[in-house]
Design a protein around this ligand. Structure first.
Ligand SMILES: Cc1cc2nc3c(=O)[nH]c(=O)nc-3n(C[C@H](O)[C@H](O)[C@H](O)COP(=O)(O)O)c2cc1C
Length: 157
């Protein structure tokens, strides 16, 4: 199985830490979004899309890439993010736009992962940031477990 992980991690490299752990488990190619090309995605069976959360959403560059993709037939994807605040369904569900875009492009979303990351944006800077030290060892272990689960599910499908 060929796996690709595309990510954006511009604030503190939080999402990149998570992406690396997942790539290791999945034996995936790992690229930052600006180096990803819509045309190369065809060769992969499973694609992970990850981003820090910026103003309530995945980074626009990742959403723009998804917009440029053709419609795929039964390609599998997973999404992951790091954020300052906890994801709250219906209120702070920052996965929703990318999830819906991917589904419209024919992707089957096989899993979603999110964890907290160091956040020094705006007022949080005044207190030295929130979530200091995160993603920490426990977050990265959870990311690893998540990737293992995805692998098992996709291989048994
Ligand atoms: C410009 C900017 C906007 C942000 N907006 C949000 C937000 O809307 N919600 C949130 O929970 N965190 C927000 N954050 C915090 C980041 O999501 C968090 O620090 C994340 O782990 C950054 O990931 P990265 O280091 O991979 O870029 C924001 C950070 C920045 C720099």
């Amino acid at each position: 199985m060929k796996t690709l992980i595309i990510y954006v991690s511009i604030h503190h490299g939080n999402t990149e830490k998570v992406a690396r752990v997942m790539a290791n488990v999945l034996d995936a190619d790992l690229v930052q979004v600006e180096r990803a090309h819509a045309s190369t995605l065809e060769q992969y069976d499973l694609i992970g899309f990850g981003s820090g959360i910026y103003l309530g959403s995945y980074h626009n560059s990742l959403l723009d890439l998804v917009d440029k993709l053709p419609i795929f037939q039964s390609k599998k994807a997973f999404i992951f993010s790091t954020s300052g605040l906890r994801k709250i369904r219906f209120f702070h569900d920052f996965d929703k736009p990318v999830r819906e875009k991917l589904q419209r492009k024919g992707f089957d979303i096989v899993g979603e992962f999110s964890c907290r990351g160091l956040d020094t944006y705006r007022a949080t800077r005044l207190v030295g940031g929130i979530n200091r030290g995160r993603p920490d060892a426990e977050d990265l272990k959870q990311a690893e477990d998540f990737a293992r689960k995805i692998l098992k599910a996709v291989l048994s499908d």
